[in-house]
Design a protein around this ligand. Sequence first.
Ligand code: NAD
Length: 474
Amino acid sequence: MPALFFVDGHFHTADRAEPVVEAATGEPLGDGAVVTESDIDTAVAAARRALPEWRASSPDHRAAILIAMADALKARAKPTSELVSRENGMPIALSRGANGAFPPLLLRYYAQLVTETPVEEIRPSITGHTIVRREAVGVVAAIVPWNYPQALAAMKVAPALAAGCTVVLKASPETALDALAFAEAAVDAGLPAGVLNVVSGGPSVGACLVAHPGVDKVAFTGSTATGRLVAEICGRLMRPVTLELGGKSAAIILDDADLDATMRGLRNASFVNNGQTCHLSSRILAPRSRYDEIVDAVAALADGLAVGDPLDPATEIGPLVSSRQRDRVLDYITVGRDSGARLVAGGSVPKDQPRGWFVAPTVFADVENSDRLAREEIFGPVLTISGYDTDDEAIALANDTEFGLAGTVWSADVDRATTVARAVHTGTIGVNDYALDVRAPFGGVKASGLGRELGPEGLEAYRTLKSIYRTGPA
Ligand code: NAD
């Protein structure tokens, strides 16, 4: 199968390709396209050509096509979610939701929202009245990482298309194959040529797209380091940008927490997708009055997780995406061992998983909040535990980070937990769970990003406001 990309309504064979490797085995899965600068020119030109008609089309027309795309993605949900699990190691039970069910759901959500949100409203003014108009921002460069490739692409493509923007979606090389599902769905749904273009490639392809003169807005999800580069370029170009970046979020366990329920919740909140999740509650803050009990419970949780084949529905922890990511995580484990922190679970490659890029769920206790392990995003199944004495100290520790994407608070008293949640400086936070809500804004503060996705705010990110002042009555 040649390495493909999708521009102007057609699939093209790339001049360059990179193997996409199966995370669980290290074996090649297929060839991913690495597009050239001239392919990016062609893709952006196609998106520009398609823009006037798509932008001028009615919300009802766009909504109908989005719903048809949702149906087309749903029809492919099984093979797409299996492909992602093979590409990046995501446990299939999670992938079925995140890569199978979620993108169609989101397309339907924005299809409905755009038909319910008026394009124009009239406001009385001193001299007459003003028409406040919401117009599509234009051609969008949407850049996504490999960890939730379909979900993160949908979080950009769905609101952008609904708003009347056209899109060049750039997938990561690690997940270049599944990205083509969006292109196939666009064809099936009758999306006009050029409205959605799908390319793949690494940093130089992304950088070329971000700086391209034909792009009106950048929507980026990825690491904080890359996000800073993207923000610098967009700042210079005065180009609107949404940045969904890294995190190092705290799980604050209050002293009245039901430990069994908390551990059931942390399975997901702290280990979801093998730790390759931006909103992971990876720093556990434990009250000193129950510290030993909590350390034992978190260690038992990590030791009890089912590690194995990501395509097995019983698997809770699959492999990491690549050997490079596995080595990076193992390096952090060495940093942890050298720091004087106490290793209480995991700490190595599981002996029964010699193939692929597995790391055993790992927990370090007695971690100082100033330690690298507590400050840097590891992006693997590695948790830290630090002690605190008062709720105020827990809040201060949670806030003592450069990031601010997520977090969780665990308590038998929901109101008490919510008071703590209000005091944490973060874009999102869960009480006794962490579950994204498509109707609510998602995003970060501080080094975790700029702007929001999901909810009505996610649609507004792709619209710009125009005020038309008129004299006289409306
Ligand atoms: P990354 O920053 O290396 O890459 C992300 C994307 O940017 C990829 O498509 C990559 O090819 C592209 N890219 C790389 N260099 C670029 C450049 N100079 N200009 C433009 N594009 C460039 O991140 P990653 O390792 O693929 O993903 C993991 C990171 O993503 C983690 O830090 C994680 O927290 C973050 N993430 C954030 C969210 C969120 O919503 N906040 C969601 C998922 C992942």
